[in-house]
Ligand binder design. Sequence first.
Ligand SMILES: Nc1ncnc2c1ncn2[C@@H]1O[C@H](COP(=O)(O)OP(=O)(O)OP(=O)(O)O)[C@@H](O)[C@H]1O
Ligand SMILES: Cc1ncc(CO)c(N)n1
Length: 533
Amino acid sequence: MSQPPTAYQPPPAPPAASQARPAAPPTRPTSAAPRHPRVLSIAGSDPSGGAGIQADIKSISAHGGYAMAAVTALTAQNTRGVQDVHVPPAGFLARQLESLSADISIDAVKIGMLANAEVMDVVGEWLAKTRPPVVVLDPVMVASSGDALMREDARTALLRLLAHAHLATPNIAELAVLVGEPEAATWEAALQQGKSLAAAHGTHVLVKGGHLDGDDCPDALLGPDGSVEVFDGPRVGTPNTHGTGCSLSAALATLQVRTGNWPASVRRAKDWLTGALRESGPLSVGHGHGPLNHFHELWASAGPAGDDFSRSLWSDIAPQREAIFGLAFIKELAAGTLDGQHFAYYLAQDAQYLSAYARVLARASALAPNEDEQRFWAAGAQNCLAVELSLHRDWLSRHPLEVAMGPVTRHYVNHLQAVAYSGSYGEVAAAVLPCYWLYAEVGRVLHADYLKHDGGATGSAHPYGEWLQSYADDAFAQATARAVAIVDAAARRGSPLERDRMRAAFVQSAHDEVDFFDAPRLYAWLAPLARRD
Ligand SMILES: Nc1ncnc2c1ncn2[C@@H]1O[C@H](COP(=O)(O)OP(=O)(O)OP(=O)(O)O)[C@@H](O)[C@H]1O
Ligand SMILES: Cc1ncc(CO)c(N)n1
């Protein structure tokens, strides 16, 4: 049997000591590898998108390749099984393949479902002429559902095709058909069959343990020289195994262009596949064997879309939001029964806080990536100083109490200043957000409550009515919405690590907001000691 056509130089014989687990040499120099390998899938169509060319395109793309597809057959199938197969004339497949090789450099080919011997021979002839540097043959005969995808009389044509492949990836059943033996009942028996196939056809064979029982799901790479390398992996408890073989072989073809090393390609592809099985649940496709999540890595690291990030922040601080409305300070403020000393302490601390907060907003303004956001934060800083401080001074003039910065205010301000000093723009924006957002929320709820109970009266009956009325302010609600949108935009631009830091800064500030409302209960009694005349 002739060696498959390949672009690489034959490797030197491995030293005797490494005979048991030889490291396969690179099939091509990595430095020559294209940034986006151009990978052709020659396979059948699975309209449900989990197997066949649809899976191959996703798998190639997930590994950074440019995917192409020449369709060998149309199947009518879903996650429950294959209902029908239509095979277009083999001559037209030949036309597709010729069109591609006439124009495009093909770095790797993955071969999947070939419905009959004529189709196999067309592919074999094209491979013999084109000699792509990487050819992976997945000898698709039956799908996970057990439905036959290839007629038995095509077996010999498939064996002929093996001569053009660098790697074959049969499952246990397909392996048995290829070696002409009964299906292996054990992993060891499967390895023996893989060894003899690799030796007989001068190619690498990946024996896959997917169809065996056990907690593990090993695969093994058998070299034409008798080498055996086993790749352990956990068995993922999921019914979503539709297209595992297609996806694995397409990933291997793509990775091999980059690594030039089959064991390295198998290790990476297997780890990726395990993750794709683990993360398959959220896709919710069909009622049978659902598809894998080909893009689980990309989607996990992709920036959150729209307002997804701020929504998740808001739900992260659900306990803090609940805690605020359970505080005696908030309940008594709403009811008008709050101790005047507590209220005065709160106002005095708020004045202290706002002056420090204005500096942190000024820092956000300094870091802002555009003039719009620069202006927004600068206006916020100005507003804190000009409007809110004067409001509090008016109140404080009627509640003459001046205290030094209390421990809770100090804690909150320290956190904000630390982020302002060393954090990114996104972190600063996230750290200042709870002050806007929780204040707006508390204002909205207390104001609505106040209107309900006092019927929108002037507030003379309610000792804090005037203050509560000023609390819910449309302009402030708008500024809050803008701050939320800014944080979402920063999260989209940021890395996963930065988003984690933004979240941590945000949650810490929300904690501090709760404590801030609770501080009068704990520290107002100290205030007279700090009174300055
Ligand atoms: N439940 C599982 N957990 C982890 N890995 C699995 C699981 N099932 C299959 N695999 C892995 O998926 C890959 C494909 O193996 P499998 O034996 O299922 O191939 P196949 O039968 O050709 O696939 P297909 O179902 O697409 O025809 C192998 O790497 C195998 O180890
Ligand atoms: C088109 C096609 N190819 C391969 C498989 C094997 O999973 C399938 N189910 N459908």
